[in-house]
Design a protein around this ligand. Structure first.
Ligand code: UD1
Length: 429
C-alpha cells in the first residue's frame, strides 16, 4: 500500500490547477445511462472513483472512450469521456462494485427510468457514520416504483414506466436530489421536488440533463420542477471546478503561509468556506482565472463553524478546517451536522500534537504553537487530506499511511503541492 512522506515547514508559493469536480463527474457519468446516444464529458478528473465507476457502467453496457489529447492540452487538463449506453445489457449492480463506492448506488434511478427495473446492492463508501438510502428509495416510490429488498439488494420495478410526483425531502440530500432529477426526467408527467439540495453539482447535473433534452427548472433553489420527456439524447458538457479541492488547497495555503493562485475555479462555489478562511486570517482575492490565497501576516485566528448543506460550510471541508484551526491562536469550535462519526481524523491530528476535545457533534480545538510530524493513518477521503494539511505545517517528517483514500478524490495531490514548494513524496508498496 502506498504511503506519503511529508516534511513540513515550507510555505506554498505558485499556482495550483483545480480539477473538475468529482461530485459532479460521478452523477454526470451515471446520467449517460439515460440515453442511447453519446454523452461527452470534458474536464473529467483522473481519480480512482472515476475509474471504478467506468468499470461499473461498463458492466451495464456503457461503452466508454477516453478522448485523446488535443493540441495544446497537457496531462494536467482533465480528460474527455465519451459514454454511450446504446443498449443496457444488465440492470444489476453487484455488491463487489457498489460496496466500494457509495455514489454508484445512484445508477438505480436511470436504470429504473429507462429499463423499468433495477437491482442494486446496498452501498458502502466512506466509513462516515450510517449513510442510509431510505430517501433515495422514497424518491423512486413517489415516482411510482415498487421497491423490495432482498439479501442486501434493492429491487426496484416500474413495468409501466415512472410517473411524475411530489417529492418533499425531510432532510436535504444530495444523492436523493440527483436520483430525483434523473428518474423524473424520463417519467410521465411533472415532478416537483421540495427541500432539494442546492449544491453547485446539482445545478451542473441539471444543466447537462437539460442539454440532453430534459425540462428541469429551479436547480440551485430548494424547489425544482421537472417536466418528464419520453427520451433524452446525447450532449457535450464540461464538468464544473471542484470546490472541495479548491477549499482544501486554500486551507493548505492558509496553514503554511505563502501565496498561491488556485486556477480554473470560482469563489462563488465556496463562498462560505472562503469567508471562514478570511476570518481565520487568509487573504482571498478573486482573479480572472481563479482565486488567490495568501495570509494576512498575522497568525491563524480561531473560528466557530457549523457544517450545513450548500450554501453553508461544507462537511467535506470540515476535517481540513480542523487541521488549520489546530494551529490557531485561541480556541475554535467545529460542529458537524451532516454526518455522525465524521471525526475519525481527530485522533490522527492528536498524534501530530493537536489538542482536540470531542463532545457529541462538536469538536473544541485549542490551538497549539506547533505540530510535530508522526506516522498517521488515512481513514476516509477528506480526513486523509486533513492529515496532509497538518503535516505540511508540522515540524519534521509525517508518514501518511493508507493513502488510497486520497486517490479516490484528489488528482495528482503530491505533484500539485511539490510544484508549490512542498516537500512531499509518494512511497510505493
Ligand atoms: C454527497 C457527496 C459527499 C458529501 C455529501 C454532503 C457525492 C458523490 N458525495 O454525498 O461528498 O459529503 O453529499 O454534502 O456527491 N441521508 C439519509 N437517507 C438517505 C440519504 C441521505 O438519511 O437516503 C442522510 C445522510 O445520512 C446524511 C444526509 O442525509 O446525514 C446528507 O447526505 P447526502 O447529501 O445524501 O450525501 P451523499 O449524497 O451521499
Amino acid at each position: 500500500m502506498d504511503r506519503i512522506r511529508i516534511i513540513g515547514g515550507h510555505p506554498l508559493q505558485g499556482t495550483i490547477p483545480i480539477s473538475g469536480a468529482k461530485n459532479a463527474t460521478l452523477p454526470l457519468m451515471i446520467a449517460s445511462l439515460l440515453t442511447q446516444d453519446t454523452l461527452v464529458l470534458e474536464n473529467v478528473p483522473r481519480l480512482a472513483d472515476v475509474r471504478l465507476l467506468q468499470h461499473i457502467l461498463g458492466n451495464h453496457g456503457v461503452d466508454i472512450m477516453i478522448g485523446g489529447k488535443r493540441p495544446g492540452e497537457s496531462t494536467h487538463d482533465g480528460q474527455t469521456l465519451h459514454l454511450s449506453a446504446g443498449r443496457i445489457v444488465d440492470t444489476t449492480a453487484p455488491y463487489d462494485l457498489v460496496s466500494r463506492m457509495r455514489a454508484s448506488f445512484w445508477v438505480i434511478g436511470p436504470l429504473l427510468a429507462r429499463m423499468g427495473e433495477a437491482k442494486v446492492s446496498m452501498p458502502g463508501g466512506c466509513a462516515i457514520g450510517t449513510r442510509p438510502v431510505d430517501l433515495l428509495l422514497m424518491v423512486l416510490e413517489r415516482l411510482g416504483a415498487e421497491i423490495a429488498t432482498d439479501s442486501g439488494y434493492v429491487l426496484a420495478r416500474a413495468p409501466k414506466g415512472l410517473r411524475g410526483g411530489s417529492i418533499v425531502f425531510p432532510k436535504v440530500t444530495v444523492g436523493g436530489t440527483h436520483t430525483a432529477l434523473m428518474a423524473a426526467s424520463l417519467a410521465n408527467g411533472t415532478t416537483v421536488i421540495d427541500n432539494a439540495a442546492r449544491e453547485p453539482e446539482i445545478v451542473d447535473v441539471a444543466d447537462c440533463l437539460n442539454k440532453m433534452g430534459a425540462r428541469i427548472s429551479g436547480a440551485g433553489t430548494s424547489r425544482i420542477v421537472i417536466d418528464g420527456v419520453p427520451r433524452l439524447s446525447g450532449a457535450r458538457h464540461r464538468v464544473l471546478p471542484d470546490r472541495i479541492e479548491t477549499g482544501t488547497y486554500a486551507m493548505a495555503v492558509a496553514m503554511t503561509g505563502g501565496n498561491v493562485l488556485l486556477e480554473n475555479t470560482r469563489a462563488d462555489l465556496l463562498q462560505a468556506a472562503l469567508d471562514v478562511l478570511t476570518t481565520a486570517g487568509a487573504v482571498v482575492a478573486e482573479t480572472n482565472t481563479g482565486v488567490r490565497i495568501s495570509r494576512n501576516g498575522h497568525g491563524i485566528a480561531p473560528v466557530t463553524v457549523t457544517t450545513a448543506p450548500f450554501p453553508g460550510f461544507p462537511t467535506d471541508l470540515q476535517a481540513q478546517l480542523m487541521a488549520l484551526t489546530s494551529r490557531a491562536q485561541g480556541t475554535s469550535r467545529i460542529t458537524e451536522t451532516i454526518f455522525e462519526n465524521r471525526f475519525m481524523h481527530v485522533q490522527e491530528l492528536v498524534r501530530l500534537g493537536a489538542r482536540i476535545h470531542l463532545d457529541g457533534e462538536t469538536a473544541t480545538i485549542e490551538g497549539v504553537e506547533k505540530l510535530k510530524g508522526a506516522p498517521v493513518m488515512a481513514t476516509d477521503l477528506r480526513a486523509s487530506v486533513s492529515l496532509v494539511i497538518a503535516a505540511l505545517a508540522a515540524e519534521g517528517e509525517t508518514m501518511v499511511h493508507r493513502v488510497y483514500h486520497l486517490d479516490r478524490g484528489f488528482e495528482r495531490l503530491e505533484d500539485k503541492l511539490v510544484a508549490c514548494g512542498a516537500e512531499i513524496e509518494r512511497i510505493s508498496g
